[in-house]
Design a protein around this ligand. Structure first.
Ligand code: ASP
Ligand code: MG
Length: 474
């Protein structure tokens, strides 16, 4: 039995959704399908919260928009008859509940993490109902179960929950497994689980990948398939490096590093649940379902070339916390990290020297982190410095730490393009090296590194690139 995750990108417009239904009809029987919300719906649900807070009269219109989208999709996928009636009824029930949440928000004028998760989870529920109804209408056996019905248990942390695997496995054994059958498709909404107290808690944006991995681990599935509307992992972002190629196999460590630092293919936590059980993950392109794809498993492929990919991320910033004697002051790191996390800010990485602690943060978190640090008494630092307009580049490959000359090759390529490296981290992960450069140097640096490790030599000289709007040279 496989667990198949269907991403929101594949559920974008009626033609695309129909083709997913065709794929499910041919490939879905006997498997568990974990679904995202229809494309854009989670954003709409979250935007609706702001609307509901400020303007009560906007709520009905907002709900009608969501109703139209789901009912029109149902009308296209499900012919008139009992399945159609039943699906519409359930969609309407759910939307009525959603409407009440919004009015509650407006009434209390309080936007809690709890209500945010409740509202955000509605998109996946609607979608799972819709797809299971549509599959049944095609004459296949299918059912839909909510995470709360089958006991997908979390630690209860709103907006960033972690699944309780042991409990979930136990619950699934009695509440889900007995219903699975070779000729049946089992639909489960992704993105959230329930705390022990029964509270809806989401796994964070993009969390359906992780939810599907949890389901796969709890059921001991033979494979986790992630269905996307794009290629799997590539040797670089093809929009930046046109000669980038698909990576056919990756290890869990490589996939985790790539997901974490840049490649927006998988939710960074997806490998966690399946890694221990050695359940492979296949990332499939629904536009080319039988075409080449990436498979993630525990065995690293034995290629002479250790580097698998050059990933990058923008939208990041570095907060430099200048302090003297960092290396000799016990507790200073904890104090700095504590002040930042108290503001709910996640630290992506830390690099320290004797005089400075550099925190790598999401750019949108920079202000908050500074606020948190400024409020600490006594101040554990001398000065804060926010470095914006940075981009992060990571090269990823198992064993890169132990292969001589990789770092030298990488930085020689970067230096040859006249790009300055601002901060380096090499060592904490045996599978990744990353560094920062200025955002405007990103394309030049990524292109140079990619050609160093993957051939097709070319170098985008910084000055040339700037003058000619990105044309390559030499
Ligand atoms: N629908 C949710 C989101 O957009 C979860 C997911 O699709 O993975 O973040
Ligand atoms: Mg999504």
């Amino acid at each position: 039995m496989k667990v198949i995750k269907i991403g929101g990108g594949c559920l974008n417009g009626s033609a695309t959704i129909s083709s997913i239904m065709d794929l499910l009809t041919t490939h879905g029987r006997g498997h568990v399908i974990v679904v995202s919300a229809l494309h854009g719906v989670t954003d709409t649900l979250l935007n609706g919260m702001q609307l509901a807070l400020t303007d009560e009269s906007a709520i009905p219109h907002h709900i009608n928009g969501l109703r139209d989208l789901h009912i029109q999709t149902a009308d296209l996928l499900i012919p008139a008859g009992p399945y159609h009636t039943n699906t519409l009824e359930r969609i309407n029930d759910l939307l009525m509940r959603l409407e009440r949440y919004y009015y509650g928000l407006n009434f209390t004028a309080e936007c809690t993490p709890r209500i945010k998760d409740l509202i955000a989870s509605v998109g996946e529920r609607l979608c799972a109902l819709l797809l299971s109804g549509a599959i049944q209408a095609r004459g296949l056996k299918a059912f839909c179960r909510q995470p709360e019905e089958i006991g997908l248990v979390t630690d209860g942390k709103y907006g960033d929950a972690t699944a309780h695997l042991k409990l979930t496995r136990r619950n699934f054994a009695s509440k889900l497994k007995p219903h699975l059958a070779d000729d049946t498709l089992a639909f489960i909404p992704g993105f959230y689980g329930v705390s022990k107290a029964g509270e809806i808690t989401t796994f964070g944006r993009g969390g359906t990948d992780y939810a599907a991995a949890v389901v796969a681990a709890a059921l001991n599935a033979e494979l986790l398939e992630i269905w996307k509307d794009t290629q799997g992992f590539m040797s670089a972002d093809p929009r930046m490096v046109p000669e980038a190629t698909l990576i056919p196999t990756l290890s869990y460590a490589e996939a985790a590093e790539l997901a974490y630092f840049g490649a927006r293919i998988l939710h960074p936590r997806t490998v966690e649940p399946v890694r221990g059980k050695q359940i492979p993950i296949a990332v499939k392109n629904t536009l080319d379902p039988d075409g080449p794809h990436s498979v993630i498993h525990s065995r690293s492929s034995r290629r002479p070339q250790v580097i698998k990919s050059v990933a990058h991320a923008t939208e990041i910033g570095v907060l430099k916390v200048h302090a003297s004697g960092v290396g000799a002051r016990p507790g200073i790191l904890a104090q700095v990290a504590g002040a930042v996390s108290e503001k709910g800010v996640n630290i992506k990485s830390v690099v320290t020297s004797q005089t400075c602690i550099s925190l790598l943060l999401e750019r949108s978190d920079m202000e908050m982190a500074q606020e948190g640090l400024k409020a600490t008494r006594p101040r554990p630092y001398r000065r804060l410095e926010a470095v914006d307009h940075t981009a992060l580049i990571s090269i990823v490959g198992d064993g890169l730490l132990h292969r001589q000359g990789i770092a030298a090759q990488c930085f020689t390529a970067v230096a040859a393009c006249g790009v300055n490296v601002e901060m380096i981290s090499f060592g904490p992960s045996p599978a990744a090296l990353y560094f920062l450069c200025r955002e405007e140097d990103l394309t030049a640096a990524v292109t140079a590194i990619h050609s160093t490790f993957f051939g097709a030599p070319r170098c985008l000289l910084r000055s040339t690139a700037a003058q000619s709007g990105g044309t390559e040279s030499g």
